[in-house]
Design a binder for this molecule. Structure first.
Ligand SMILES: [Zn+2]
Length: 280
């Protein structure tokens, strides 16, 4: 039975000879647990073909979905965070940045780019939740401020895609200053009459909700996204009451007048393009 038992030790099978199903061929929806081809899922703008669950995606995927032929030019790609407070939690902040860079392939929690979307020139900044919870530190704020400056200079609309847990605790006060900085820049954009659309995705919370994410000429959201400032537990303990059903979902926020509309990611590009054409 030596066919089935490896009697000779040290026989190695080179990787290219191994017959295994390639990794990531199937995607399992975390909501309905049904499976689909990853390609099918990708072609569906990373939404479930069965239940329409919107998978959490980052800047690379949004840029590919929105920019014509996936072509764009990135702005300020190499901005990196300093360590102004010499912050240490379980590890020093610079070490956390380095390990997150390695793990995520990103340099911080937002990327900016310009290009054409359905033939309309546009600047987009998109947050990446994979980088320390999409937290807003000085790099995120500075990238947004510079993207708005680019939009101002070139008179093109600005789209902000938020997905964030809020301010970055490791930069404390410096993170909070980004709220004022980005808000001031957006005021300049408004004064110049250049459209700003804010897309809130799952989740958008804390200082991000309290600044640029809610300052759009249009504040729009993906279905079922969690949108809020403080978490539900904190609010419940503060007001001492049960929270209503669907509290902090995009649908609830829309019903209470804080959103202009909810858009399915598959229709996002078309809806944005027709909206911007109306505003032009
Ligand atoms: Zn599903």
């Amino acid at each position: 039975m030596s066919w089935f038992k490896r009697t000779v030790k040290g026989i190695q099978t080179p990787t290219e000879m191994k017959r295994e199903a390639p990794d990531g061929l199937w995607y399992q929806c975390p909501n309905c647990k049904k499976a689909m081809h990853t390609r099918e899922h990708k072609n569906n703008a990373y939404t479930c073909i069965h239940c329409n669950y919107h998978e959490k995606i980052g800047s690379e995927a949004y840029f590919t979905i929105l920019f014509d032929e996936g072509k764009f030019t990135e702005l300020d790609a190499n901005l990196r965070s300093g360590d102004p407070l010499h912050f240490v939690d379980t590890k020093p902040y610079p070490d956390r940045i380095r390990s997150t860079e390695k793990k995520s392939g990103l340099k911080d929690a937002a990327r900016s780019a310009y290009g054409k979307m359905s033939d309309i020139n546009i600047v987009i900044t998109c947050m990446d939740f994979g980088f320390i919870g999409g937290s807003m530190g000085s790099v995120v704020g500075e990238k947004i401020a510079r993207a708005i400056e680019y939009a101002l200079k070139n008179k093109v609309p600005f789209l902000m895609i938020s997905r964030s847990g809020g301010a970055r605790m490791m930069e404390a006060g410096f993170s909070l200053m980004q709220m004022a900085k980005t808000s001031a820049r957006l005021a300049q954009l408004a004064e110049a009459g250049i459209p700003y659309v804010s897309l809130l995705t799952d989740p958008t919370t804390g200082g991000v909700t309290a600044s640029y994410a809610m300052l759009g000429d249009f504040n729009i959201s993906e279905p079922q996204a969690l949108i809020g400032f403080a978490g539900p537990r904190v609010i419940k303990e503060t007001i001492g009451k049960e929270l209503p059903k669907g509290f902090q979902t995009a649908e609830f926020i829309l019903e209470h007048g804080f959103l202009d509309f909810i858009v399915d990611r598959k229709d996002l590009k078309d809806k944005l393009a027709s909206l911007l054409k109306m505003l032009a």
